[in-house]
Design a protein around this ligand. Structure first.
Ligand SMILES: O=P(O)(O)OC[C@H]1O[C@H](O[C@H]2O[C@H](CO)[C@@H](O)[C@H](O)[C@H]2O)[C@H](O)[C@@H](O)[C@@H]1O
Ligand code: UDP
Length: 748
């Protein structure tokens, strides 16, 4: 799926993706060299490391900034991921990213290790840019889609998105700590930020302590009731939403890292690194973005004192410190670089010999293979952050230590320390304690190293990034990342269902039997689904029905079903049963309402460029997709208000780019009830992908089976990923039904 403009169920929507991740950073940064040459480069940080494998597994889109100011890029595909770039101007880069995100929120949320700056113009830019991200996500999301917003740069997006698209399921994950109220309350915009976050259905944090700090801040500032991780948040109409706020500790693709570590070329590179350092007995390694939260100064100080006091010697121990460039235009980061480089220079000057360097300092960002080679080359990994949301480096080192060797020294102020309890845990502010831990690590006997590393590895293997995302998404939607194929539980349910006396197989069309396409008239069921439907229809005591939001005429054209298929169009308003006739006779009141509706919609849309009204058998659809965005939302609002005031009994269904009014209040649930009655079914299977299919799932009974296609909140008990998997499911059902109810084909 790569066109952000599509159609579902006969409605035009300017949207296509069922799953969207929104983060400040995209997985790639656009680079322009001094001579004008351009390229794309992996972007820095753990957020991207964690989300990349998640996005590769999901058929969704990633909305984010391409790492360069004043450039606009069209959506594109990168390494199997659909990318939707959001532009930032140079002044937004300064005020929203470097300013409010990284010079206000970052230090504040990391326990004011550095002083946060508060500037009203930075806040204004933050609001403006958050709105742009929310708009981009709203445009790209299909009805009922899951949108997962990431991190402190975009805390206002959940609320903005909910206001624009109440149909969406919205998650938020905070990658950095959430501070205690005493610190958080400094923020001049503390209420607005919390309110922004509370627009989400689920708010995830790295640690239980972060979730607790957030919940307490909500209680203090808004007085909302909270029960454990559930917060009662009143909506604008007084209805109560239940928002979940709890910890979901992030992780890495553990198997992927181990696989890299086992590669002979990566191991050869690790040997080369050791040799180039003169094969010291112990290599200590630090890998961090050059950030004041990472405790690099404390580490260098402890290492320097150990050399000075003769507890370690440069003949035996070398410290490799990777300090990858980060936020280089923010003043605190510039100062930090100067301080660190001064310290490294002094320590090397004081302690290095001609044959042995005390510290190998590398101010570069390295690709993953090189990182893994460094982890393999190291004996001791030093993670001494003063505050860190998680710290994926610690987990990567563990995942790569497949020989159960290596020692992790880990700050208790990292999220990782909640899980990695067998590391040597340190308080980096306690320099003496840190020095003891470094010596203990260098001298730890092999057996003890192996015992600890085995336990650490088990933890990292069992809690990988796939588990993180599926646990979060399960909490959000009741479903995780959906693997392709038919899951075992569903397969067993199909076998059980196939034994029923009289079976009704009711299927939505667009997005279920037919992949979504740009032009509704081009939609076709997959060949395998068609063949399976024919087999099902030929089995004894089995009826097939297609249930769609399309007008019946359009549905018949695209679905071209085998004779005898029961059909329902216009969300249940039109039914074609065995008589062949279409049962839709509008009553006098309905005809009058339709006439009134026609005049209202013509009146409000006349003269609006690009607006058009589509006739449906029991209603009208006002299409605004080709109208300029502001005028389109005004037009929809005016139309809805006029119709609700003048013809209040109508059913209204909204979508991006269209608003639909129907004089016959019907839905797919009612259609399914009629079809069940007509066919005398003893059990029903219903398969659908859209929000409107939820009415049908709600009408299912205990013997029935509901299958949702794709992501999104759903009442269905089972899920598959795509129309290809629906075909698979139908084939299995046809096989099972043949075994129990096989018979000669009734189709010509
Ligand atoms: O995008 P940048 O400004 O260059 O910064 C890079 C990323 O840094 C932060 O990473 C955090 O996420 C990690 C994964 O959850 C976590 O392990 C670490 O503790 C965090 O600091 C930041 O939160 C990201 O938004 C940045 O992209
Ligand atoms: O030169 C480098 C330095 C770091 N990293 C990666 O950057 C991420 C850092 O994540 P972490 O959670 O430790 O900290 P963050 O930088 O996100 O605060 C890890 O996946 C590292 O492997 C990298 O690829 N190249």
């Amino acid at each position: 799926m790569n066109a952000p403009e599509s159609s579902r169920d006969g409605l035009y929507v300017d949207a296509a993706y069922d799953m969207i991740v929104v983060s400040n950073r995209l997985p790639v940064d656009y680079l322009q060299g001094p001579d004008g040459e351009t390229s794309w480069k992996s972007s820095p940080g753990g957020l991207v490391t964690a989300l990349e494998p998640v996005m590769r597994a999901a058929d969704g889109a990633w909305v984010g900034w391409a790492g360069v100011a004043d450039r606009e890029f069209a959506p594109f595909e990168y390494d199997g991921i659909n990318i939707i770039p959001v532009p930032l101007t140079e002044s937004e880069l300064e005020e929203y990213y470097e300013g409010f995100s990284n010079d206000t929120l970052w230090p504040l949320y990391h326990d004011v290790i550095a002083p946060p700056s508060y500037h009203r113009e930075w806040w204004d830019a933050y609001v403006r840019v958050n709105r742009r991200f929310a708009e981009a996500a709203a445009r790209a999301a299909s009805p009922g889609a899951v949108v997962w917003v990431q991190d402190y740069q975009l805390q206002l997006v959940p609320r903005m998105l909910r206001e624009k698209r109440p149909d969406l399921v919205i998650g938020f994950f905070n990658h950095i700590p959430f501070p205690a109220y005493g610190i958080y309350s400094q923020l001049p915009w503390r209420r607005q930020v919390l309110d922004g976050l509370l627009g989400a259905d689920v708010i995830g944090f790295q640690r239980a302590a972060d979730a607790g700090n957030f919940t307490r801040a909500v209680r203090r500032l808004f007085g909302y009731a909270t029960r454990g991780s559930v917060l009662d948040v009143p909506g604008p109409d007084g209805e109560m939403r239940h928002v979940v706020a709890r910890q979901f500790p992030i992780s890495i693709d553990s198997a992927g890292f181990e696989e890299l570590a086992r590669r002979p070329d990566v191991q050869a590179r690790a040997h080369e690194i050791r040799e180039s350092l003169g094969n010291p007995e112990t290599i200590m390694l630090g890998v961090d973005r050059l950030d004041y939260t990472k405790g690099i100064r404390h580490r260098l100080k402890a290492f320097g004192e150990l050399l000075r006091d003769g507890r370690l010697s440069v003949e035996d121990v070398t410290l490799v410190q990777v300090a990858s460039p980060s936020r280089e235009r923010v003043e605190t980061y510039r100062q930090l670089r100067d301080e660190i480089e001064l310290m490294v220079g002094r320590l090397n000057g004081d302690h290095s010999t001609l044959g042995h360097q005390a510290i190998a300092y590398l101010h570069h960002g390295y690709p993953r293979e090189e990182m893994v080679a460094l982890y393999l080359a190291a004996d001791v990994m030093l993670v001494t952050a003063l505050r860190d949301g998680m710290n994926l480096v610690a987990k990567e080192f563990v995942a790569c230590s497949f020989d159960d060797d290596g020692v992790l020294v880990l700050s208790e102020f990292t999220g990782a320390s909640d899980e990695l309890r067998q590391a040597i845990l340190v308080n980096p502010h306690d320099i003496e304690g840190l020095k003891d831990a470094m010596v203990e690590a260098a001298q730890m006997p092999r057996k003890e190293r192996a015992r600890r590393m085995r336990a650490l590895r088990k933890r990292v293997r069992e809690n990988d990034v796939a588990k993180w995302s599926s646990t979060f998404l399960k909490t959000l939607t009741g479903a995780g990342i959906i693997a392709s194929g038919v899951p075992d539980g569903l397969d067993a349910a199909i076998t059980r269902l196939a034994r029923t006396d009289r079976l009704l197989v009711a299927l939505d069309f667009d997005g279920t039997l037919a992949p979504l396409v740009d032009r509704p008239e081009d939609a076709r069921a997959t060949n395998r689904a068609r063949a399976a439907i024919e087999r099902l229809a030929a089995a004894d005591d089995t009826r097939v029905a297609i249930v769609s939001g399309r007008a019946l005429e359009s549905l018949k054209q695209v679905a071209d079903p085998p004779t005898g298929t029961l059909m329902s169009g216009s969300h249940g308003v039109e039914l074609q049963l065995d008589t062949g006739g279409v049962t839709i006779d509008l009553r006098d009141g309905e005809l009058a309402a339709l006439e009134h509706l026609t005049s209202v919609l013509e009146e409000v849309s006349t003269g609006v460029d690009g607006a058009w009204v589509e006739w449906k058998p029991a209603g009208l659809a006002l299409h605004t997709r080709k109208v300029a965005p502001d005028a389109a939302s005004d037009l929809q609002r005016v139309a809805k208000a006029r119709v609700e005031a003048e013809i209040p009994e109508l059913t209204v269904r909204g979508g991006k780019g269209v608003i639909e009014f129907s004089v016959r209040p019907s839905d797919k649930g009612e259609a399914l009830n009629r079809l069940r009655q007509h066919s005398g079914a003893s059990a029903v299977i219903y398969v659908g992908d859209d929000v409107t299919d939820e009415d049908a799932f709600a009408a299912l009974e205990s013997e029935d089976l509901g299958v949702k296609v794709g992501q999104g909140r759903s009442l269905a008990a089972h899920r598959v990923r795509s129309p290809e998997d629906v075909a698979d499911l139908l084939e299995r059902l046809a096989d099972a039904r043949d075994t129990t109810h096989g018979g000669p084909s009734r189709w010509p």
